[in-house]
Write a protein that binds this ligand. Structure first.
Ligand SMILES: *[C@@H]1O[C@H](CO)[C@@H](O)[C@H](O)[C@H]1NC(C)=O
Ligand SMILES: *[C@@H]1O[C@H](CO)[C@@H](O)[C@H](O)[C@H]1NC(C)=O
Length: 383
């Protein structure tokens, strides 16, 4: 913050005015408990149209929604960097499209416990209410949590059950999650929790299938050697890609949802970084910064094509020139070949590896296909 002006102290009359304005909202609780503060907490400014040119807030929205998102005057006035005297804290534009879920998400006592509502929150987020509004409450948590296991033990061990808050998932223990690989019902990444199974071989054990690149092949494709140090795995499930990269001194952040499993908690327990954003969200990295972006299975034909086009350009944006995009087992059906190949090719990557193959696990008659590609952002790119 570069604009310095004297602290504005609350006068008694201001205090009374605020109390009056806030008396009907649960902001009052927060206000009373923070009244020892000398500067005026910006969150307590009452929403008022005169403060900005924004449209008036919809009063049917939850009070905590308005408290968070209403324009908040900066305590020191106009700020150079913001080129504004007002902050507009963001939430996903679609949030108000789901009023009852939004109201449930934001029904809590300020400074109390949040509702135990991971599933509801995730549904809101997946429908486009992303970022979710911030909340002033404490999330549900395991009652007697264990500390994480130390490195390198944590990388390939199941964490203790009491490191997870289980209420959103049908399984209530890691033993149950591991056993899920035998179950007939569908679950996202259902064998991922079995660290002694397929997970142990992915990306490290060479295979005769040309669609399966190994991490060591990909790192060897990078020039100069050793230039892959930091990156992102989009939809990285249990985090094994990041773990394998960590074993090679490459730092990978793993995005994952918690689709009927504690994927984020599991990734964190293994000692790599989970990032809870969906594929709809702009990647929270600056332009031209990452050495590698990997994605297996998740970027596929279930994604609306326009969104996919935006995602591919976003990946291009965050990769540094010379950075690698490993599109691992992009799934589609044969008829869609003419639709997807031009979308992928249009972004401007150079093809380092490009393999197209049939996906046969559900039978050849379905005409299912995979593309595995290693794509390089050109050094002299088209900007
Ligand atoms: C907020 O909640 C915490 C934990 O319950 C409590 O210790 C603290 O006194 C509360 N603070 C205020 C200002 O009410
Ligand atoms: C990773 O870094 C450590 C410490 O710098 C080094 O001792 C180790 O050999 C490196 N491992 C690999 C696989 O490069």
């Amino acid at each position: 913050m570069d604009s310095l002006s004297p602290h504005r102290h609350l006068s008694l009359s201001h205090l009374l005015l605020f109390l009056l304005l806030l008396a009907s909202s649960n902001l009052l609780t927060f206000f009373l408990f923070s009244s020892h503060s000398t500067s005026c907490p910006s969150s307590l400014q009452t929403p008022s149209i005169s403060l900005s040119s924004s449209p008036p807030p919809n009063p049917s929205l939850p009070s905590e929604f308005l408290a968070f998102t209403s324009p908040q005057p900066l305590p020191f006035g106009h700020n150079h960097n913001f080129d504004s005297a007002t902050l507009h804290p963001p939430v996903g534009l679609p949030c108000p499209l789901f009023p009852s879920d939004l109201a449930a998400f934001l029904s809590y006592p300020v400074n109390g416990s949040c509702p135990d509502d991971e599933l509801l929150a995730q549904k809101l987020l997946l429908r486009g209410c992303e970022p979710l509004p911030r909340r002033r409450c404490r999330p549900a948590a395991p009652p007697h949590p264990s500390p994480p296991l130390p490195f390198p033990l944590s990388l390939w061990s199941l964490p203790p059950d009491n490191s997870v808050h289980w209420s959103a998932y049908s399984c209530k223990s890691f033993a149950c999650l591991v056993a899920r690989k035998h179950s007939k019902s569908f679950d996202d990444c259902k064998d991922c929790f079995d660290l002694d199974g397929r997970e142990k071989h992915r990306w490290v054990t060479p295979s005769s299938n040309p669609l399966d690149f190994t991490i060591d092949q990909v790192l060897a494709d990078a020039s100069p050697p050793g230039s892959i140090r930091i990156g992102l795995d989009i939809g990285g499930g249990a985090g094994s890609f990041a773990v394998r990269m960590k074993e090679r001194n490459v730092t990978i952040v793993t995005t994952s949802m918690n689709l009927n499993g504690p994927f984020n908690s599991f990734v964190a327990a293994r000692g790599v970084v989970p990032l809870y954003i969906s594929i709809s969200q702009r990647l929270p990295f600056f332009d031209n910064t990452l050495d590698i972006v990997h994605s297996m299975h998740v970027l596929s034909n279930w994604i609306p094509t326009t969104l996919l086009h935006f995602i591919l350009f976003d990946v291009y944006r965050v990769l540094r020139p010379g950075g690698l995009f490993w599109l691992d087992h992009f799934f589609f059906v044969e008829d869609q070949m003419e639709e997807y190949v031009p979308v992928i090719e249009s972004v401007g990557f150079r093809k380092v590896r490009w393999e197209v193959g049939r996906k046969l696990d559900r039978g050849p008659e379905l005409g299912e296909m995979y593309i595995s590609a290693l794509l390089e952002k050109p050094l002299n790119n088209s900007w």
